[in-house]
Ligand binder design. Sequence first.
Ligand code: BF8
Ligand code: SF4
Length: 626
Amino acid sequence: KLTSVDEFEAATARLLETGAKVGADSWQLRVKNQSPHCKFGETGVCCRICAMGPCRITPKAPRGICGCDVHGIVGRNYLKFTAGGAATHSDHGREICHTLYLSAEDGNYKVKDPEKLKRIAKEWGVETEGKDIYDLAHEMAELALLEYGKPFGTQRWLKRAPQTTQDIWDREGIAPRAIDREVSTSLHMTHMGCSSKPEALIRQSLRAGLADGWGGSMCGTEFSDVLFGTPKPIDTEANLGVMNAENVNIIVHGHDPSLSEMICEYADDPEMIAYAKSFGAKGITVSGVCCTSNEVAMRRGIPMAGNFLQQENVVLTGACEAIVVDVQCIFPALGPLSKCFHTKFITTSPIAQMPDSEFIEFHAENAGENAKAIVKLACENFVNRNKDLVYIPDMKQKATVGYSVEAIVKVLDGVTNSQVDETGTTKPLIECITSGVIRGAVAMVGCNNPKIRPDHAHIELMKKLIANDIVVIASGCAAQAAAKAGLMDKQSKDLCGAGLKRVCELADIPPVLHMGSCVDISRMMILAATLAKDSGLKISQLPVVGCAPEWMSEKAVSIGNYVVATGIDTFLGVDPYVSGSSEVAELLTNGVREWVEAAYTVEKDIDKLVDSMIDRIEEKRAAIGI
Ligand code: BF8
Ligand code: SF4
């Protein structure tokens, strides 16, 4: 039985009562204070990129002081938004490359998947024969780091795309060059007195997005797999009930697995467990929030406490000894909130420093030492709990996660009729799609956003899609929404149409496949590329669409741009601040289709949103005659 959003909300209401007792603030209260939102900001028509402004466009004032019209302003804002996201994902990828560079046989970080490293080395034309695996790791890390600033050429990873896609990128002049260059060029273009032509700004938005998805994010995913292991199916649990009132609870939150992997490693150490017991706890429970949670769930089966808008809830349980964070999507609210409880709020990255936190800087050289110190601190904090405040909602679901592309190809072998078909390809999936057993696939990604009833859109859309024999691949907070509801439990096959149900049974998979964190949307790009190559179709011809119904971050806009630029129609439930310009809105929802064979649809009504995705999938099927 699925857990409903009503039940999520009842649990949250109960936690907010605890919050009220201790005088805690919450996002639910702050949303009220911020409403209604500024109309100029919301429609994207406010410009403050130079000190002659801010200029706001109205019917009476149709141009800024420099003469820029509304389309230029909205387009620039959109490009800046994208650049922020591309920089963030890509910098995360860069950190992973640095970690790989510092990996060593006797160091804090080791190479857990040497075969994958060798595979990538071959792909990049690097000799592997007779090389020490760490020498190879360092060589590859350096090459990857050069992708960020190389003076000439385009991204190495682009070669993974089908030739037809690469040709489109070349034809349209959007093949990304050095990753940092695309971010810098975007910021150059949006400087006062540079681009104000929507076509140029949107074209660069696609290019900067591609530098993320087929550049920085791909580095993040691929080299995380090399360092920490390529995910394979693994059982775990999701929702706040994974926290354990009798144990020391450590929450890992953020994005970079370099931190969370180390914390998990030490929390599992018998010496540390004994230490926790010495303070009266029965053990240590590590659970995750946001993409960090996805990373450690996919590789270690660490349970998922919740997604983006549940991050305050983990502290409100009164049973959180430490919430340890690195970068991105961390509410600064956690500082003051943790002060209302015994919780230690520990920041670890110079990139994300926050008031009211304890800063314990984390880097490859001191990772082991500091992880141990953090786990110890959490154990020692157990005795400071106020037992009267402890309430952990009794709510959790089973989930099977860990569907990297490698793992998907492997499970597909189970669907293969072993006498005739080859193994190790996506062909069984293509056959299922061609025969109509599965109608298509939707990539459900992105965040929570208070503008949309949290998790409701994710869950309702996924339910309807699987009932219509459309397989769902999910990442980020969308994936956690599915897991919390129970949609990643293999039993949820019973909610599918007959065709998808049969496939789930044959392959022994849930109908919603967890593909990882948001940087791991690069996995989805590889999957789409493989499907296209194995079927002989163009990516834009596949009955596949992307959807971010509850998105909120700059990263999500960057993702949307690379998914569209890869030829996959993308459906959004929240407008990316472009409604103020008819020209920019028209380009994104229609015009870009002429360039990259895909475009955006923005639809706030989730019933219409899901129907339009199903229609699009059926249109794509009809167009290729299946
Ligand atoms: O990168 S889905 S709220 S956690 S931005 Fe953030 Fe959005 Fe969650 Fe991960 Ni992605
Ligand atoms: Fe105003 Fe132009 Fe300056 Fe923007 S760049 S703030 S529109 S004067």
